[in-house]
Design a protein around this ligand. Structure first.
Ligand code: FAD
Length: 415
């Protein structure tokens, strides 16, 4: 029997994992990527941010250490070696994935793909040469892009997105972070550690909406203790251009607050990349993404969609799991997404990790019990002088079934 021909569009953690799973199940797979293998996550997202945050954590430990603090000289500026190391980590990860794809005999094509029909794709390479590829199944994984706000266009210099901030050569003196989601708060940790004065402005009544409230309150307290200013229920009223700096008026519940910053980071969320000709194949899309069911099937036969492009939780491990489900269904298995048990890790200081229901939401569903343990009482935390934070477990009163676990503290993501 001829192997199934599967084409995957997009080589991020959704697409490359789907490609590998389809190959493991016997498909002949072509993966098309217009930029770099690894997608947002490896090149402009999870990996570079975590490389920088890992160095920031080390710097923080040194600054806090009564033994090693004196090693840090006055005016120490690690931004260049940090950026260099981040670049190497990214290159190594990308190369690793490329080798993995090779080892599964996946054909990787470098260029742009689009839909021609339910079983046909048009591929255009970097020199403009076109080719039609016929497929028995297609997996769409085109990812997402940074959202921008009306009237706040990134200029790549002073008003920037997460893409540009990962390439800066100078630590900002003062930075305004617009958007208190996980990307915004991670950059707040990074630049606060590096000595920038950080302000976060968030239009909602809380940073990190949707997360267990007790973790958010703890993070806010710790942030404010180290000088990070947080304005919730607030927005940008006006920006006055001042040469290399921006003078920004913030509309807050207390009135107008003025900040003068050299960088304004736009981190107001990400939206699906919907730049494909979906109508040619009958794939239905909406503003929140490509429409799929729990099996990752789109409205067109044998076309699946996964990852950031379908909306929901925009996380790398979610994209990968959806990729596995799409590939397995395409290869004749019967899988559905289980979205109740998706963990979230946020690499702030201290780190946050959370899975399941927050306490407030769990209470609306029935009788519960809540257990808390502060890191202050944990010997390992005391030894490493990282005693901020707690672990909270939410369980059903009758059955003891664990409904949610929420951690803020040292090594939360590892836990
Ligand atoms: P992407 O990774 O965006 O990949 C899509 C790929 O498709 C891209 O490479 C693109 O070039 C390609 N493509 C698009 N259209 C076409 C086309 N027509 N033809 C060919 N190729 C095409 N998630 C976490 O889980 N943990 C984290 O710590 C984390 N940190 C993040 C930090 C930042 C700053 C950002 C921006 C994101 C972070 N994320 C994190 C989110 C994570 O990066 C995304 O959820 C993940 O990359 C989504 O994977 P994907 O495969 O759906 O899309």
């Amino acid at each position: 029997m001829n192997p199934k021909r599967v084409v995957v569009i997009g080589g991020g953690p959704g697409g490359y994992v789907a490609a590998i799973r389809a190959a493991q199940l016997g498909a002949r797979v072509t993966l098309i990527e217009k930029d770099r293998i690894g997608g947002t996550c490896l090149n402009r997202g999870c990996i570079p941010t975590k490389a920088l945050l890992s160095d920031a954590k080390l710097l923080r430990s040194l600054k806090r250490s009564p033994v090693f603090e004196s090693l840090l000289s006055e005016g120490f500026n690690p931004i260049h070696p940090m950026m260099e190391r981040k670049k190497k980590v990214v290159q190594e990860m990308v190369r690793g994935v490329e080798l993995l794809l090779q080892s599964y005999r996946i054909t990787v094509k470098s260029g742009q793909a689009d839909l021609l029909g339910t079983d046909q794709i048009v591929f255009q390479d970097r020199e403009g040469r076109q080719e039609t590829i016929v497929a028995d199944g297609i997996i769409l994984a085109p990812g997402s892009q940074t959202k921008v706000l009306p009237g706040l266009t990134p200029d790549g210099e002073r008003i920037i997105t997460s893409d540009e901030i990962l390439e800066i050569g100078k630590i900002p003196r003062e930075i305004l972070i617009v958007g208190g989601g996980y990307i915004g708060v991670e950059f707040a940790t990074l630049f606060s550690t590096l000595g920038s004065k950080v302000t976060i402005v968030e239009i909602l009544d809380t940073i990190l909406p949707g997360l267990e409230g007790e973790l958010v309150r703890n993070l806010r307290r710790i942030f404010e203790k180290e000088g990070v200013k947080i304005h919730t229920q607030s927005s940008i009223e006006k920006i006055h251009d001042q040469g290399e700096e921006l003078r920004v008026d913030l509309k807050t519940p207390q009135g107008i607050e003025k900040v003068v910053v050299d960088k304004l980071l736009l981190s107001v969320g990400r939206g699906p990349n919907l730049a494909l000709d979906f109508s040619k194949a009958g794939v239905r899309v909406s503003a929140s993404g490509i429409q799929v069911n729990r099996r990752m099937e789109t409205t067109a036969p044998y076309i699946y969609a996964i990852g950031d492009a379908i909306g929901g939780l925009l996380l790398a491990h979610v994209a990968s799991e959806e990729g596995i489900i799409a590939a397995e269904n395409l290869m004749g298995m019967d899988r559905q997404i289980e979205d109740r048990q998706i963990p979230t890790c946020i690499f702030t200081y201290p780190e946050i990790a959370s899975i399941g229901l927050p306490e407030k939401e769990a209470r609306t569903r029935g009788e519960i019990r809540v257990g808390r343990f502060p890191f202050r009482s944990n010997p390992k935390a005391l030894i490493s002088e990282e005693t901020e934070g707690l672990i909270k477990v939410v369980a059903a009163r009758e059955t003891d079934e664990i409904l949610g676990v929420h951690i803020i503290g040292p090594e939360a993501s590892t836990l």
